[in-house]
Design a protein around this ligand. Structure first.
Ligand SMILES: NCC(=O)CCC(=O)O
Ligand SMILES: [Zn+2]
Ligand SMILES: [Zn+2]
Length: 330
């Protein structure tokens, strides 16, 4: 088996990942990746309470939403599954259910929208009965070894279904290496990008998302596996660790209040595309502030997007992507 750190093709096999590897400071449509919430109810089209203009979609309703966006220049999406019909369990069995929402949506999007780059978020919290991102010990603490094994299996299932990119957001130790190893062994490392949520902070900004996917932990919180706000050093170590384990892209999350970490990521991993996730709470806050007359939404989003690019991000995961396709020229 070849060495994990020598696997580069997954990071530039696709024309979009090649564009993300170039360094430029102007905003382009192709920088923006749209997060999508996919229900296992195929006909689903339900607006999300905490997030204006965002919906839960089903595989039947999604094409009608995506088609005009692709025509306007949408290049990439990232999928989050929302099981509403089948029961959740301790190990998140539904995450790689072959008939589940993510695998069905990957297949549908790949066949209906050939120019669209399809990323799949890899985590267990949307699928576990306890709402934590890994498998637990009886005392409620994370059991890292089986968690990482399970996440590697889920990532492989998404890659095999056709995802261009798998993006583990769970923050378990060693999962990037385990996923990369699995992709190498299965012959998929050369065409699958591994985007690591490397510096994911334990944040107050995820509230509307947890409601959107119904993934709030049933007890405790995620502080033992997400980074503390004050921990620049831990963020650096997590970024370098993930790069060493074979990440093709490193991500910082949330966005606006962690742009110093984005610029730090660009400094310590200058040869990797850096992604930033402009998360649900930031999105909802911008809408609320604009509605209260604090600023013009479009002007504020454009300014913030420049700040993210300036800090070093070449990819922005943003719920404003549909608007930005109208606002940006190219
Ligand atoms: N893995 C995704 C999240 O944890 C939250 C994203 C958001 O709040 O938009
Ligand atoms: Zn999670
Ligand atoms: Zn998450």
């Amino acid at each position: 088996m070849s060495d994990i750190s020598s696997q580069l093709h997954g990071g530039y096999a696709h024309d979009l990942t090649r564009a993300w590897s170039a360094q430029s400071s102007s905003l382009t449509k192709s920088m923006f990746m749209l997060p999508l919430f996919i229900s296992d109810d195929e006909q689903c089209n339900s607006p999300l309470k905490g997030m204006p203009n965002q919906h839960r979609w089903g595989v039947e309703t999604l094409p009608g939403f995506i088609e005009p966006l692709v025509r306007k220049g949408l290049r990439s999406v990232i999928l989050f599954g929302v099981p509403e019909k089948k029961p959740k369990d301790e190990t998140g069995t539904l995450a790689d259910d072959p008939e589940g929402p993510v695998i069905s949506a990957i297949k549908m999007l790949r066949s209906r929208f050939p120019t669209l780059y399809v990323a799949a978020d890899v985590c267990l919290c949307e699928y576990t009965s306890h709402g934590h991102c890994g498998i637990l010990h009886p005392d409620g603490l994370i059991n890292n070894v089986p968690s990482v094994q399970r996440l590697a299996d889920v990532a492989f299932a998404y890659a095999k279904a056709g995802a261009h990119c798998v993006a583990p957001s769970d923050m378990m130790d060693g999962r990037i290496g385990a996923i990369k190893k699995k992709l190498i062994e299965e012959g998929l490392a050369g065409k699958t990008t591994l985007m690591a949520y490397s510096a994911k902070f334990s944040s107050n900004m995820y509230g509307p998302f947890r409601e959107a996917v119904a993934s709030a932990p049933s007890f405790g919180d995620r502080r033992c596996y997400q980074l503390p706000a004050q921990a620049r050093g831990l963020a650096r170590r997590a970024i370098l660790r993930d790069v060493g384990e074979g990440a093709d892209i490193v991500m910082v999350k949330p966005g606006s209040i962690y742009l110093d970490i984005v610029s730090e990521a660009k400094r310590i991993a200058p040869d990797h595309p850096v992604a930033v996730y402009h998360v649900s709470g930031e999105y909802a806050a911008l809408h609320a502030a604009a509605a209260a007359g604090v600023y013009d939404l479009r002007a504020a989003v454009i300014e913030l997007s420049h700040a993210m690019a300036r800090a070093g991000a070449s990819i922005v995961l943003s719920y404003f992507t549909p608007e930005l396709l109208d606002w940006l020229e190219a």
